[in-house]
Design a protein around this ligand. Structure first.
Ligand SMILES: [Zn+2]
Ligand SMILES: [Zn+2]
Length: 131
């Protein structure tokens, strides 16, 4: 590959921004990449900052996932306890709905709570077992 700006010279590097070959004279070493001197330096700098930012972000999200995993394990036990509360709330709602003119909305709400309680119990038991 020849230098894009000096056809007679061999390129020693490739610009990170425009992917053109540059000779020693045209290359600007920015630490994390080579840029065309006086042309692409700011662009490559931006690119480097973006990459650095992405690295930090992906590291943070990995930590978040790791934290979530431990949280999940803990919540496995809480879910079983939460299921009992949901079942109680559901029962109260259904009783309440029945008491007040058999209100279908409140009864349905109670049913949802009962269903949630069952799901919480099953889910919680599963997570607790795996954890
Ligand atoms: Zn050159
Ligand atoms: Zn360039």
């Amino acid at each position: 590959m020849k230098c894009f700006y000096h056809q007679e010279r061999d390129a020693v590097a490739v610009c990170k921004n425009c992917n053109k070959g540059v000779c020693a004279e045209c290359a600007s070493d920015l630490g994390h990449g080579i840029a065309c001197k006086g042309r692409c330096e700011s662009k490559v700098q931006e690119l480097n900052e973006l990459i650095e930012c992405n690295k930090v972000l992906s590291k943070q999200s990995q930590e978040m996932i790791a934290k979530n995993k431990t949280l999940c394990r803990k919540s496995g036990y809480t879910l079983v306890g939460g299921a009992a509360i949901s079942a109680l709330v559901g029962a109260v709602f259904i009783w309440f709905g029945w008491y007040y003119n058999e209100n279908p909305f409140i009864i349905t709400l109670g049913g949802i709570f009962l269903l949630a309680a069952v799901l919480e119990y099953i889910g919680g038991k599963g997570i607790a077992k795996h954890g």
